[in-house]
Ligand binder design. Sequence first.
Ligand SMILES: [Zn+2]
Length: 254
Amino acid sequence: MIMKTIVVCSGGLDSVTLAYKVAAEHNLHSLISFDYGQRHKKELDFAARTARDLGVKHHIVDLTPVGALLTGSSLTSDDIDVPDGHYAEETMRVTVVPNRNAIMLAVAFGAAASAGADAVAAAVHGGDHFIYPDCRPDFIKSFQAMQDHALEGVRDVTLYTPFVNVSKADIALEAGRLGVPVDLTWSCYKGGETHCGRCGTCVERREALELAGVKDPTVYVDREYWKQARADHRARQLAAHETASVSASNNAAE
Ligand SMILES: [Zn+2]
């Protein structure tokens, strides 16, 4: 079924790829973005650019007063630094903005029902599961169930999350297939002049495009750091695994 769809678009690689996918496979109604006071507002320009390129409307919802209440995250509090390193590290937990997806999706569902749309599309993906609870399949299922009640008799709106069980590298492959201009997407959490290449989302993006063999003309301050972050992450995982097996065999011996 072709669905008239509103895409939640942050301007990052994943959600821009999703916008291109929906434009190719469904009926793209519009893009919706949220300003929750994130330090990398630059991404909103890239979302606007994507809407222009795809010939659809772009709505930026101002949630800055809401964002001001969601403190404790390096994305919304200037006094908490954005960590460098691999995106699956424990240290990345400081980038969690509490309840962000539920808040944004609830607004998008209201907009979709009002616009007579069939779906809201969101670019949550498998790689997000480790750190962000509101990107996991259980959350998506539950949110849909909640919305089915909230909009019962008003409008059937589907939460479309085609990437929920795939890796970032698979999204990069899709980006290549759909001809997404990857250098016209913004991922960096730090929001400098160019991508830093060192924060979790820069590392994730570099790694994914490299694994997918997709050319990445994006300018990075540190283009090669992702390799070191990946190697360090693997070494820590291996060490944790060995500690776990040693204590398991010690327990067995007792
Ligand atoms: Zn960065």
